[in-house]
Design a protein around this ligand. Structure first.
Ligand SMILES: Nc1ncnc2c1ncn2[C@@H]1O[C@H](COP(=O)(O)OP(=O)(O)O)[C@@H](O)[C@H]1O
Ligand SMILES: [Mg+2]
Length: 485
């Protein structure tokens, strides 16, 4: 590629940004270079574009009325931010003296972009996410950073979060990283199946491939989710208050005391009691409270979520395997209990080094760690966000409501993968939780096409736009068609 000139620096020049009078149309986000006397070629990026003209309102009116037809002089002006250059030791530096007004601005060439951004093949530690937007340069995330320093995936509904996460899980499985995925819609089972190949796969250099041997699935409801193994919890380890949630009873005031009494009397006779024993003991109770308890315990017995023994941790976590916790069809408050129990069990056992380091993915995380949430689930996830890294438990939160997820959790994520976001409150929450996001980037997030992500962290010192690679496996989150065409 020739060294293509696109314009000239003018006006006041800062150390972080400068203005360009553009002679060629370029796009916001394009990479540029300026030759600096002291430091050589410096990488910059177009952050904003503006067309100015000498057409004032008065003249516009005159032209509108057909009174004059003088030519309009217009200019294309840009604002660029300086990304920097690599010094002798390979560190990214910013010039300490502003560029000269009048200096020429060129379109950046790919080798320089790759060098300064740090786009390189990371071998065993790289997760191939896609290509740098408008370039043929691979964006690989540092897997150690992902797992050690947490990840958030943020976008509006239909923005491509689950698709992107699928890409990430494929990469982790290729590198034999253990994953546990909270899957509220049951959409990750398709990681077992190879995608149908199309032209896009060739462009990105992706082979279609299924991961059937590295995916296992558990669900509290195996009738609705027959591909899953049953997920059960040990009845004896469930507090009566949580038992009410599993039974679908919200009126704690009326039911907690009688339930406690019932459990205690059964446990006194048989410490290995089952739900069936509770049902039997509740059979002869009189009055509406007792009758409701009996009826809800029968329901609980049918769900089979509580057994004498819970699903063993060794079954749940297997090295190099992605375990899906499919919660499709499970009531929201029961989901919350399940997530709290699984997350805290994983955390406790990571601390004791009883299970391999792992990546815990929470889809629809605003439901499990809401802002100002006080439920156990929120507490556990906040703990993992703040301390998980010390114990090799990486957290990945996925949400369409950045404004509604707990801020501690969000701010602990050092890698952010952001797709299109339009809600102003969510944008504000994102801007507040990410360093180095320019006003121009925040604007660009609002109009990102599906499949383009803004990546911050992940081993990169500056945010970059990435065209997400196609899936090697099938995507399970296709929207339901209401009407066929
Ligand atoms: N990188 C991509 N390439 C191609 N199609 C995509 C990409 N990302 C998302 N899609 C499509 O967009 C739709 C919504 O994506 P999805 O990941 O399910 O959204 P979200 O989880 O954010 O609601 C899906 O039908 C998917 O096929
Ligand atoms: Mg989704």
């Amino acid at each position: 590629m020739a060294h293509e000139e696109v314009g000239m620096i003018f006006g006041d020049v800062g150390l972080g940004q400068f203005q360009i009078s553009l002679s060629h149309p370029i796009e916001r986000g394009d990479y540029l270079t300026v030759d600096d006397e002291a430091n050589g070629r410096v990488l910059c990026q177009l952050d904003d574009l503006r067309r100015t003209s000498d057409l004032n309102l008065e003249r516009a009116d005159e032209i509108g009325r057909g009174e004059v037809s003088t030519p309009i002089h217009e200019r294309l002006l840009g604002v660029a931010r300086i990304i920097g250059f690599r010094d002798g030791q390979g560190l990214v530096k910013l010039p300490t003296i502003p560029f000269r007004p009048g200096a020429k601005v060129y379109r950046a060439e790919e080798p320089l972009i790759a060098e300064v951004l740090g786009l390189k093949h990371r071998g065993n530690t790289g997760a191939y996410l896609g290509l740098l937007r408008n370039h043929n340069l691979k964006v690989e995330l540092d897997i150690n950073q992902l797992v050690q320093r947490h990840v958030s995936v943020l976008a509006k509904t239909g923005g491509g979060k689950s698709y992107l996460l699928g890409v990430l899980i494929e990469e982790l499985l290729r590198h034999k990283v253990t994953c546990v995925i909270i899957d509220p819609h049951g959409e990750y089972g398709s990681l077992r199946l190879a995608a149908e190949k199309n032209g896009v796969h060739a462009r990105f250099g992706v082979e279609s491939q299924g991961f059937a041997r590295q995916v296992q699935e558990f669900s509290p409801d195996v009738q609705l989710n027959p591909s899953a193994k049953p997920l059960t919890f040990s009845l004896r380890h469930v507090e009566p208050r949580d038992l009410l949630v599993f039974m679908g009873l919200t009126n704690v005031k009326s039911f907690l005391a009688p339930l406690k009494e019932l459990v205690e009397s059964v446990a006194a006779g048989n410490p290995e009691y089952s739900v069936k024993d509770l049902v039997r003991a509740a059979e002869h109770g009189e009055g509406t409270v007792a009758e409701t308890l009996h009826e809800r315990l029968e329901y609980l017995e049918q769900t089979k979520i509580l057994g004498a023994q819970g699903t063993s941790l060794n079954d749940l976590v297997e090295k190099g395997v992605a375990t899906l916790i499919n919660l499709r069809g499970v009531a929201p408050d029961v989901q919350e209990l399940v997530v709290a129990r699984i997350a805290s069990t994983l955390f406790d056992n990571r601390k004791k080094n009883k299970i391999p380091p792992l990546f815990l993915v929470i889809e629809e995380a605003h439901n499990y760690a809401p802002q100002q949430g006080t439920a156990t689930c929120s507490r556990v996830l906040k703990n993992i966000a703040s301390e998980g890294r010390k114990f090799g438990l990486g957290l990945c939160v996925v949400t369409q409501r950045a404004a509604r997820i707990d801020k501690t959790v969000l701010s602990q994520c050092n890698t952010q993968l952001i797709l299109q976001v339009t809600n102003p409150l969510d944008l504000k929450a994102i801007a507040q939780s990410i360093e180095g996001l320019t006003a121009g980037m925040t604007e660009m997030i609002q109009s990102l096409p599906v499949g383009v992500a803004l990546v911050t962290g992940g081993g990169y010192h500056t945010p970059l736009f990435c065209e997400v690679r196609p899936r090697a496996t099938r995507h399970g989150g296709e929207s339901v068609r209401i009407v066929d065409n």
